[in-house]
Ligand binder design. Structure first.
Ligand code: NDP
Length: 263
């Protein structure tokens, strides 16, 4: 890749200016954490990005101001609602006419041991993390088919591969996302729509800030690189998978985990 087309984004990672030029992307849960890093990276690479927020309205508004209304759009949307997803897609198509890229990033945790886990907490996590991704994927499929070009990137987790005590609901949602990715990748490959999963490890965000010190130390001990990852580390892979550089990759699960799950 030519250094002339690369610029440095906040993380220090090179963003490839123009690699996503002309593309329209939707990122769910884009106003903070990993989703925010993905929105910023996609915009830095030339995409127009519509991102959703559910409760972080102020952060979403500030981001649109920073990125510019011609490049960024914030839409309030609970991903577990088919109606709200339909309205999101409608808004993006009305404003920008196309959808090329979807990142299913929105996610929640409600951790506890199965013995103590309520059915409600199990189902809530599945509804946001897995049903939400299903609904958004289904809603963008027609516009992507119309373009004969599409990229769907699902943010799973390494725990969807290896399990984790206290997270049966979350792990079920992420393992489900991995399986769903592979099925959909088969279904839409002939339409030039590529579907992949990113499995982040231990990434600094509000979600991991909730872990207690012992849990954080335990996790760091499992990481060969001996440090937490950043949203930007995940965003760099998402930008690659969303670009033409990844045009022969589909149905894959790629870990961004500092070596945590190497076999
Ligand atoms: P955060 O808790 O920092 O952010 C979660 C995001 O999801 C927010 O933008 C939030 O929006 C959004 N969200 C939550 N519920 C809904 C909903 N019902 N509808 C729409 N949006 C919703 O998490 P991270 O940035 O850490 O995580 C992002 C993704 O990465 C998640 O899928 C997570 O499972 C995954 N992941 C994270 C890892 C980590 O170490 N941090 C490791 C592995 C995977 P709002 O603020 O507006 O409510």
């Amino acid at each position: 890749m030519s250094t002339e087309t690369a610029e440095t984004v906040e993380s220090g990672a090179p963003a490839h200016r123009g690699r996503l030029a002309g593309r329209v992307a939707i990122v769910t849960g884009g106003s903070r954490g990993i989703g925010r890093a993905i929105v910023e990276r996609f915009a830095a690479e030339g995409a127009r990005v519509a991102f959703t927020y559910n409760s972080s309205a102020d952060a979403a508004t500030a981001m649109v101001r920073e990125l510019g209304e011609e490049n960024a759009m914030a839409v309030k949307c609970d991903v577990s609602s088919a109606e709200e997803i339909a309205s999101l897609v409608e808004k993006v198509l009305t404003a920008w006419g196309k959808i090329h890229i979807l990142v299913n990033n929105a996610g929640i945790t409600k951790d506890t041991l199965v013995m103590r886990m309520s059915q409600q907490d199990f189902e809530d996590v599945l509804r946001t993390n897995l049903t939400g991704a299903f609904l958004a994927t289904k809603a963008v499929m027609r516009p992507m088919m119309g373009e004969r070009w599409g990229r769907i990137i699902n943010i799973a987790s390494v725990v969807g591969l290896i399990g984790n005590p206290g997270q049966a609901n979350y792990v079920a949602s992420k393992a489900g996302l991995i399986g769903m990715t592979k099925s959909i990748a088969h279904e839409v490959a002939s339409r030039n729509i590529l579907v992949n999963c990113i499995a982040p490890g231990f990434i600094q965000s509000d979600m991991t800030a909730k872990l207690n010190e012992a849990q954080q130390t335990g996790l760091l001990g499992m990481i060969p690189l001996k440090r937490q990852g950043q949203g930007a580390d995940v965003a760099a892979l998402a930008a690659f998978l969303a670009s033409d550089d990844a045009s022969y990759i589909t149905g894959q699960v790629i870990a961004v985990d500092g070596g945590m799950t190497m076999v």
